[in-house]
Design a protein around this ligand. Structure first.
Ligand code: NAG
Ligand code: NAG
Ligand code: NAG
Ligand code: NAG
Ligand code: NAG
Ligand code: NAG
Ligand code: NAG
Length: 511
């Protein structure tokens, strides 16, 4: 008891002293160097698609587990749950799992494609065939008789004004603020999910969803990721094959679609690593281990880096004031069964009597901006190029003053770019709780269970397109983002759970 009280008073004094100085900022010399960080991200990204519960994913979880065991002081726990999966047939990648051919002159002519659309109907070694029909973007599929037909449909990314993302922001870095009158166009905002549902309801034989971007650029594109299993086969098309397909529609040719995939039930594993601090009050730092590219999900490498940094700090230091729990969830690529959902629910049930102070979620770190522009030589469609800028990244913070301040300070001190410190999005709606429904990624789940949550997430063109590989990421930027996260943890060292909640996370609210 006495030693406890001593420890507590020591804590109060030491924190009081340090808080006044600049020592609260993490020393970047103590932090994993860029080349080691690149190696970690390489281990995650270079193995290709990591579908939850797949062999590749299991091997990654094993590697994370081993890496965590190599960090002294961490207590690692595992858990697993089952979910309905959709996987390309053994030995095939997503691109090979779909085929398209057009019937003419008694033959079926193979057309190169971007790949299978995930979760579309496996055709079991045969093909589904039907006359081609083009349904323009401004016409709803449900208003057309598509029975037995293969639909060609443009996939045009939704464009939103930047304020849709950044309205009411607490702070926007100057480079991103300069774009505020522009529009934000990213393919994750408009998947073919609605088209697949409407086409399935209408009894179509299949769907071809056409990007206006070259096939190679998007090869193996993985989305939608709701985990909804569609009733028809579907493939993505690249820009080079677009006119050929439009002509085939005009001439009334038939198309055959083949999807080589397996569905079934699988277990997926999750890992939770606890680093005890001086207090039982806990900050959870989370991301997911399943993923599709180097961007999605490099938060895994981020968590390992942070775990290593904090575990190496002296227990008496501000860095170790609170207990840290690193949560490696799964199921994001099947996200109606995302592991963050039951986890957030459990945290919510325990919140009032528990020790949870804050949830920090990290996704899609360090991304470089890619934007489309018109293809040259009068070719159809657009090409993607890196702009040299940082990808617009949201650092959402729930309505908790101390965290908003800590995040804003960290973003400024680390001179991050492309960053908006926002209350969430879309714009405020006071008819619902929370007022800002989304934090962009899995942070949304914790935020909607009214847990104090802050999350970093971006949605670049490279998010679901594996072809960019390592080039999708600026590792120096990724490291600076992680340093800023560490700054936030240290910056909140002297603030209790209740102070962090600030009365907001109680019903009825104090203020
Ligand atoms: C993690 O690795 C340890 C040591 O090899 C092993 O005992 C444990 O079962 C593993 N945990 C999980 C969840 O894979
Ligand atoms: C392929 O087999 C599965 C499982 O039996 C079935 O649900 C599905 O409808 C089949 N696909 C086609 C195109 O017949
Ligand atoms: C769709 O757009 C085309 C070209 O802009 C136009 O000719 C057509 O009338 C539109 N159709 C509908 C249903 O709005
Ligand atoms: C955005 O547009 C408004 C209104 O035209 C203008 O006042 C403002 O300077 C513009 N901001 C930027 C960053 O271009
Ligand atoms: C899929 O496999 C094919 C054949 O091995 C290869 O050419 C292609 O690059 C792979 N695509 C992806 C996205 O991995
Ligand atoms: C943009 O990307 C296209 C397609 O990859 C490439 O041909 C072109 O050279 C790039 N343009 C610039 C300015 O880098
Ligand atoms: C605001 O939230 C209410 C309740 O969820 C919903 O009915 C309404 O459509 C929302 N308004 C907007 C503009 O999204």
């Amino acid at each position: 008891m006495l030693s406890n009280r001593l420890l507590l008073s020591f804590h109060a004094v030491s924190v009081g002293l340090v808080a006044a100085s600049a020592a609260l900022t993490v020393d970047e010399n103590d932090f994993t160097p860029i080349n080691e960080l690149r190696d970690l991200v390489h281990r995650v990204g270079s193995v290709g698609l990591r579908l939850p519960g797949s062999d590749v994913h299991n091997e990654l979880v094993d590697w994370v587990n081993t890496s965590l065991h190599d960090i002294p002081g961490l207590e690692v726990q595992g858990s697993k749950y089952d979910l309905d999966v959709w996987e390309p047939k053994e030995g095939m990648n997503l691109s090979e799992a779909g085929t398209l051919c057009i019937q003419s002159d008694g033959k079926c002519h193979n057309i190169p494609i971007v790949g299978a659309i995930p979760f579309t109907l496996p055709t079991n070694d045969s093909a589904l065939t039907g006359p081609l029909i083009y349904v323009p973007f401004n016409q709803s599929i449900s208003s057309v008789d598509v029975r037995g037909k293969v639909i060609l449909r443009d996939l045009l990314p939704l464009k939103v004004p930047y304020p849709y993302l950044l309205k009411d922001s607490h702070y926007i870095t100057p480079d991103l603020a300069a774009q505020i009158n522009g529009t934000y166009e990213r393919p994750y905002l408009s998947t073919p999910a609605d088209d697949l549902i409407a086409a399935g309801r209408g009894g179509a034989a299949g769907l071809i969803s056409a990007f206006d971007i070259p096939r190679k650029t998007l090869e193996g594109y993985y989305d939608p990721h709701f985990g909804q299993h569609y009733l028809i086969p579907g493939v993505y098309l690249g820009s080079e094959q677009y006119y050929m397909l439009r002509d085939a529609c005009r001439y009334g040719h038939a198309a055959s679609l083949k999807i080589s995939a397996d569905t079934g039930r699988k277990y997926t594993r999750e890992l939770f690593a606890t680093l005890p601090g001086r207090s039982k009050e806990t900050i959870i730092i989370g991301s997911h281990t399943d993923g599709a590219t180097w961007v999605q999900e490099n938060g895994v490498a981020g968590l390992l880096t942070l775990a290593k940094y904090f575990a190496a700090q002296p227990i008496a230091s501000p860095a170790r004031a609170k207990t840290l729990k690193f949560a490696f969830t799964s199921g994001h690529l099947t996200y109606s069964r995302d592991g963050s959902i039951p986890y957030a629910k459990k945290l919510d049930q325990e919140y009032d009597s528990g020790n949870l102070a804050l949830v920090i979620i990290l996704e899609h770190l360090g991304a470089r901006e890619l934007l489309p522009s018109a293809a040259s030589n009068g070719q159809y469609g657009r090409v993607l190029n890196f702009t040299g800028n940082s990808e617009a990244t949201l650092w959402s913070v729930g309505p908790t003053r101390l965290v908003i301040d800590a995040v804003t300070t960290a973003v400024k001190n680390r001179m991050l770019d492309g960053m908006g410190v926002t209350p969430g999005n879309p714009p405020k709606n006071t008819s619902q709780i929370p007022f800002y429904a989304s934090q962009g990624g899995i942070g949304t789940t914790y935020h909607n269970y009214l847990l104090p949550t802050t999350s970093i997430v971006s949605g670049p063109w490279s998010l679901w397109a594996p072809s960019f590989g390592e080039a999708a990421i600026d590792f120096a930027r990724l490291r600076d983002q992680l340093l800023a996260v560490a700054d936030v943890v240290v910056g909140l060292a002297s603030d209790s759970k209740d102070e962090i909640a600030g009365g907001v996370y109680r019903i009825p609210p104090d203020a």
